[in-house]
Design a protein around this ligand. Structure first.
Ligand SMILES: Nc1ncnc2c1ncn2[C@@H]1O[C@H](COP(=O)(O)OP(=O)(O)OP(=O)(O)O)[C@@H](O)[C@H]1O
Ligand SMILES: [Mg+2]
Length: 326
């Protein structure tokens, strides 16, 4: 990492101001014979919170690493913060805030010491001020001298966010930043992300949580290395043209298994006390559901297809083509 006069990514640096902070086309990456990232094209606009979803091992982390220049694609091209992801990876690495999937810190250092350590890595000229600013803006100032190991999961995530914001990046790449964090702390974390986005900071964030997906401006769903859908939540839902009925009643698991074998019903999912039945042929689905509930203590109603229905559907459609997950 080379020295520099201004904090990387700062407004004084004269860095390019692209419309898209991430703009990559047809990225491919193999690990051995495994095609881990398969023709992925993706654009993230300035100030956008872009959610990256997909099952375990689908290529989210690898894609993120390709986009920020930490890995070289086998083929494909693109820019991150206006810099070429292959030729200018050093520039990118200094300018993005990257929170790795299993972010770690020194548990026996204080919060301030951990942040100071990160500031040294970034060779920041005004370390003390930067660390103070980070502590203040994330509400960690009163806890600066606490040992990091004693922090709750939620506070550890705030520290991780503070650390990757230290050098004032314009783009955050957050790889499952809230995994294992309780709902309240996750909600606060997301409020902070929206405050940052309102200031023009862009965020690419991978997650397995559906409520978090719904809080993103745009989404991409990836499975087996392939991007299956991309856009706003409404666009992603509309892209599959799947109709859905909700069925209320008893013994939904058994009903679900039966309905799955019924023509016209392409997918059934039990969500607690309600069963969702979805299908591509809307008329056939309606007929099948009405027939299934007729004369039984069940109630059915047509509902809006949810994002979760769609993700389950996408996952199912691709595993049919690619076999079992590895
Ligand atoms: N350095 C590597 N060498 C070999 N295979 C790898 C390497 N990194 C990742 N893989 C494989 O590539 C595939 C995609 O992994 P990746 O970590 O990108 O998925 P992911 O979507 O981030 O998964 P998760 O949700 O579990 O974090 C997996 O099959 C993984 O085992
Ligand atoms: Mg991952």
């Amino acid at each position: 990492m080379s020295g520099h006069e201004n904090p990387p990514g700062s407004a004084h640096e004269g860095a390019p101001q692209p419309d898209y902070v991430i703009d990559v086309r047809q990225l491919n990456k193999h690990f051995g014979s495994k095609h881990v990232v398969n023709n992925v094209s993706l654009r993230v606009a300035r100030g956008e919170i872009f959610g990256f979803l997909g099952p375990n091992g689908s290529g989210k982390t690898t894609s993120i690493r390709l986009m920020c220049g930490l890995l070289t694609p086998d083929s494909g091209s693109g820019t991150c913060l206006g810099y070429d992801i292959v030729r200018e990876s050093e520039q990118i690495k200094r300018r993005v805030g990257y929170m790795t999937q299993r972010f770690s810190y020194w548990e026996d250092l204080t919060i301030r010491e951990n942040l100071d350590f990160v500031a040294r890595i970034y060779q920041m000229p005004n370390r003390r001020e930067a660390v103070d600013r980070a502590l203040e803006s994330l509400g960690l100032a009163s806890r600066a001298s606490q040992l990091t190991g004693a922090l709750s999961g939620g506070w550890k995530q705030r520290l991780a966010l503070a650390a990757c914001m230290l050098h004032e990046p314009q783009l955050l790449l957050l790889d499952e930043p809230t995994a294992g964090v309780d709902p309240n702390a996750r909600r606060e974390f997301w409020e902070e992300l929206h405050r940052l986005a309102a200031r023009g900071i862009s965020v690419l964030v991978s997650t397995h949580y559906m409520d978090e997906a719904e809080r993103c401006h745009k989404l991409a769903y990836i499975a087996y290395g392939k991007l299956l859908a991309q856009g706003t939540a409404a666009e992603v839902i509309a892209s599959q043209d799947l109709a859905t009925w909700a069925i209320h009643g008893e013994q939904l698991a058994a009903l679900s298994a039966r309905l799955r074998e019924t023509p016209g019903i392409d997918q059934t999912v039990v969500f607690g006390s309600v069963l969702h039945a979805s299908g591509l042929d809307h008329a056939a689905l309606a007929a099948a559901v009405e027939h299934a509930v007729a004369g039984k203590p069940l109630r059915a109603e047509r509902i809006e297809t949810s994002l979760e229905d769609i993700f389950i559907y996408l996952m199912g459609s691709v595993s049919d083509n690619y076999g079992a997950p590895t």
